[in-house]
Each structure stands twice: as structure tokens, then as C-alpha cells.
Design a binder for this molecule. Sequence first.
Ligand SMILES: *Cc1c(COP(=O)(O)O)cnc(C)c1O
Length: 468
Amino acid sequence: MRYISTRGQAPALAFDDVLLAGLARDGGLYLPETWPTRSADEWRRLRGLPYAELATEVMLPFVEGSLTRAELAALAAETYAAFDHPAVAPLVQIDHELWLLELFHGPTIAFKDYALQLLGRLFDHVLTKRGERVMIVGATSGDTGSAAIEACRDRAAIDIVILHPEGRTSEVQRRQMTTVKAANVRNVALKGSFDDCQDLVKAMFADAPFRDEMHLSAVNSINWARIMAQIVYYAAASLALGAPDRPMTFAVPTGNFGNVFAAYAARKMGLPIAKLVVGSNRNDILDRFFKSGEMKMDGVVPTLSPSMDIQISSNFERLLFELCGRDADRLSALMAEFRGTGRFSVTPAMHRAATELFASHKLDDEATLAVIAETRAATGQTIDPHTACGLAAARAHPAGPGIPMVVAATAHPAKFPDAVERATGWRPPLPPHMADLFDREERLTVLPNEIGAVEAFVREARTNGGPA
Ligand SMILES: *Cc1c(COP(=O)(O)O)cnc(C)c1O
């Protein structure tokens, strides 16, 4: 399998190169040159497989030429054995034809584990084979840092340094990062804001001699391998509910568009997905796009669902490329317009094509709390604020008779206990594997908001982490 860039100016690469590159050299995002498809019969034969085995079957065509079936199967088995539910991504029925797809059974109790846990192992596997080592650097406002750290901890070919703004993450979020006991993990509490953290990470990547010397790398949400790993749970849920002999609908709380794009990819592989419903919070750039055909940047407001507080959905470029008929020049022109003016419009035909498959809905904080409360009262299930945005979107766009609607439950309610308690009067407890989080020892280094200090820290971390 070869991968092409959405901007059309970077060479086509094999899976292992795309994995390590993340972003293409022309600023574009990688997509498979063609979508691998399965016939209805082939999908039917995958019904009932354990999650890790299904993962191997679904992902194999994407890694072809870079990993053998046995290598992929071993990595998938190891990855998903560590999850805390035997089904890995279990379905819970909450209404006549409405299900929750629980994507919070990994180490950091949010859906990013499903891809990042595999990504860490894929990185390690490919780098070890090549005799290389990387230094992963990243900035977090609290949520994604822990998933990246858990993915990279104890990996022989990886060191990781994560910057968070000192005193500006929740205690659960900080502790999920700082209590990880692994020699290759470093946490920096920066005297500054999240934007300062991001600017410093960008500055390190822009410092070419430093970047090359440190072998800097990232595990961004635009990495193709993350999308690939997320296709698996859409396939698992679809097969469990009757695919390929019955159509499905998914509702997905959306920020960077990575998760819902994986559902789109599952459809491209031949699963009968009739509709994809995008749930937004007050940061509603996607909802406005699907309703109007215009993408228009706006400021970000903080909400109860912080992982969806985004200004631009970076993975949307992949869908846009498909809507452009994979015309890289046309896509590049739209992206250039967006960069220059903060807006672009698609043609009526493209907008029609988008809304044939996608629908959208947005929810403000007050309504989010109401949905959490109503769901607990009606079903006994407690959902987190992100999932509430997905559930409201599902209810706003019912699938029709005989078509199951599956809502991606992207975080465990205990990850956002304050919002859940406000909504329901009940504080959800952490799952058993995290119950002692507040007793664990923290390790972090406070640094000033200065590139020199941060680069010196990263250099030192790499030296101590092991040989180059
Ligand atoms: C990251 C995240 C999202 C948004 O997912 P995207 O792939 O960025 O659209 C939704 N919910 C939770 C809990 C998340 O952590």
C-alpha cells in the first residue's frame, strides 16, 4: 500500500514512512492511494472475531509492504490485551435502536488510547528495525498528553517530553501524566499558557539543527496510523449489529475530525454506513460548514467538553480532498484561501455530496448538562460531556426504522467528574486501575517560558534516555 499527500507535492510513501513522518513534506495529510475494500461475504466471515484479531484483518491491507501479518497480529494482541474490558470496545444498548460504543477502556479512559496504544508500539517496532530512536515532543492543555505518554512509556526506541501549562490543567489530567513511572517519560510544567507550550514545540521543530540532532517526532492527531486504528471499532460495532446485512449510523462527538473520518474510512472499505452524524459543542465550525457549505474560522470558547474546543479541524482536509475528487490542486487552493482569509466555500455539488453522508448538530454547555442528567435518569448510564454532544446529535438526526444508531462514547464519565456531578449530583468514581491516582508520586520539572531552557531540557532527556 502506498500513501499520497492531499496537497500532491510530496512523494508517495509506504506505511512505515507515513507513520514516522506524520505530516507530509508539502504540508498535506497522507491517505491511502486507493481504499482497500471487502465484499459483503468477506465482511461476514469476520463476524465474531476477538477485537485484536479483527484489528489485524482490518488493518492488514494498510500496512502491506511494511509489516507482515504475524508482526501486525502480535502488536495488536499486545495492545488490546491491556484494555480493561474483554470486548475492548463494548456496545451498550440505551434505547430501542440506540447504542453507546464505549471507547474508554484503555489506560487513560478516553478513545485516543485505541489508536495511540498501537501507535507507540508501531513506532517502536519500525524504529527498532531501522536502528533509529526518536524524541517525541508535544504540548497539551491536559487531555491528549496523558494518552501520548501512556503510548510511549517504556518503549525502547522512544523518549517523550510533554509540556503542559503549570497550574492550568485539572488535577486528574496532570496526575495522569506526572505519575507515570518510566525512564523515557518527562513532564514539563511550563510557566505560561497552553499557547506558549504549543509555540515552544513549534519553535523546536522550526529549529532545524536541533530537530535533526534530537530526531524530533510527534504523535499528532493527523497521523494516518491513528485513523487506521480507529477504523477497527467501527467495523467491530457494525459487524456486531448485523453488518453487512443491515445498514448502520454513527454519531461521533467531533473536534479534529479524526474519529469521524475513521468511520468514513470504514464505509469506504465496504461497510454499509448510511449516515455519519457529527456532534459539536459551542465551537461549531463543523456544524456551520455542514449547514452552509462555508468553512469559517472563529475564536475558541472554553466548554465542558474541552477535547472538542477547536478552531480548525485538522483532519477535515482529508474529507475535503475526497470531496474534491482527490484533486490535489483544487484542495491546495481551498487550503490556501483558508489560511489567507480564514474562510472558504465549497461548490453546491460538493456540499450536497458532503451532506448526503454527513449531518451535524451542536450543543451548548447548559444543554450538555441536561443531556447527561436525562440519560442517567432514563437509562441508568452516566455519560461524559463529549458523549453527550454525540448523543444529542444522534437524537437530532434519527436513523430511521431498522437502522441502528451507535454513539461513540469517547470518554469515561470519571474523566470529567465536575461536569457530571453538576449535571447529576453524583460524582463518578475512577475505574479500579486508576483508583490510587491521587496517592501516586508525581514527577515533573517546572521550566520558564524560554526556548533555550526547554531545548536544554530536551537534550538532557535524550542523553539520559539512551544512545542515539
Ligand atoms: C479527542 C477527543 C474528541 C474529538 O475527537 P477528534 O478525533 O479530534 O474529532 C472527542 N471526545 C474526546 C473525549 C476526546 O478526547
